[in-house]
Design a protein around this ligand. Structure first.
Ligand code: CP
Ligand code: NVA
Length: 325
């Protein structure tokens, strides 16, 4: 990444999250989101040296029921750069709650580690871990939310446009977990998000209503549309895979989503100012063409890099709040 910006809106007072969990973005106040992103920008632009011992003597466990590249590597490397040690529990062949109850798993793990990062099939598993554990639990993606992705993505957007009120993000595709977290993050920060989906693939109504409730208090705007012309003039167009991990209705979804491919024609509707974003991994030729992924408008690898900084900042806020000042 080359842009070095210290957004004026990010010089907020610092927050201590204590031993909070992060199940979804709405668990955080707007001030906490801004503080996490501000420190993430400091880590990105100034490096990790001032915090290289912050997690000395601390351990973090990752338990993943689904595949991962970015989330696993960025959490592991980020925590190691802060001086901590990491253990990865591969649960893909032995899901949580099978060998022993979820609560018993949690009661064991909290005796060993200072933080648990979990990627799970069902949001209810994240909720169960949060209920049974006294050390922070971080949702590293479930069927409903992907909060760490949204923190990194808004860090990326704020480096381009420091005023959150002037950010207008367009989501194009399936109203899925990443979409939900981006709506919640836009709501927390007072940004604008337009979610364009085929009919029937809109984001979850209850999650949308909650985000809209927060948006009313922050000045954010959340708009749902089935019309691709709604993306004109946005800061960035965001795509994700048409079929998320663990989903079984792939064929029907792919057919409905074909007109929603982000290609040169769609980016022309968005306008020349529009960047392209994707949480990755991308299915090139499906939700996005090579021409868009590889264009100068694409900031997908900045997003990927910021996963590490946003999560390292989150961990500092959770486990070493005095180090965030
Ligand atoms: N974006 C993201 O979460 O990537 P992984 O699935 O590779 O972790
Ligand atoms: N919506 C995608 C995101 C992957 C990072 C999935 O859940 O598979």
């Amino acid at each position: 990444m080359t842009t070095v910006v210290t957004p004026s809106t990010l010089t907020e007072p610092k927050f201590s999250l204590g031993s909070k969990h992060l199940a979804r973005i709405l668990d955080l106040t707007g001030g906490e989101v801004r503080s996490i992103i501000a420190l993430a920008e400091r880590l990105r632009t100034q490096g990790y040296a001032p915090w290289s011992h912050a997690m000395s003597g601390r351990a973090m466990a990752l338990v993943f029921e689904k595949a991962s590249l970015r989330t696993r590597v960025s959490f592991e490397v980020g925590f190691q750069r802060l001086g901590g040690s990491v253990i990865y529990l591969d649960q893909q062949n032995s899901p949580l709650g099978v060998r022993e109850t979820l609560a018993d798993f949690g009661h064991n793990m909290e005796r060993f580690v200072d933080c648990l990062v979990a990627r799970v099939m069902k949001h209810s598993v994240i909720e169960g871990l949060c209920e049974s554990m006294h050390v922070p639990v971080i949702n590293a993606l479930c069927d409903r939310h992907h909060p760490c992705q949204a923190l990194a993505d808004f860090q990326t957007l704020l480096a381009l446009q420091p005023d959150p009120a002037r950010i207008h993000l367009a989501w194009v595709g399936d109203g899925n977990n990443v979409c939900h977290s981006l709506m919640e993050c836009a709501a927390a920060l007072g940004s604008r998000i337009t979610v364009v989906t085929p009919k029937g693939l809109e984001p979850d109504a209850a999650i949308t209503a909650k985000a809209q409730g927060r948006a009313m208090r922050t000045g954010a705007t959340i708009t749902l549309s089935n019309d691709l012309d709604a993306i004109a003039g946005v800061t960035a167009v965001y795509a994700d895979v048409w079929v998320s991990m663990g989903e079984t209705d792939g064929e029907a979804k792919r057919a409905a989503l074909e007109p929603f491919q982000v290609n040169d024609r769609l980016m022309a509707i968005a306008g020349p100012q529009a960047r392209f974003m994707h949480c990755l991994p991308a299915k090139r030729g499906q939700e996005v063409t090579d021409s868009v992924m590889d264009s100068p408008a694409s900031i997908v690898f900045d997003q990927a890099e910021n996963r590490m900084h946003a999560q390292a900042s989150l961990l500092l806020h959770l486990l070493a709040p005095t180090a965030t000042h």
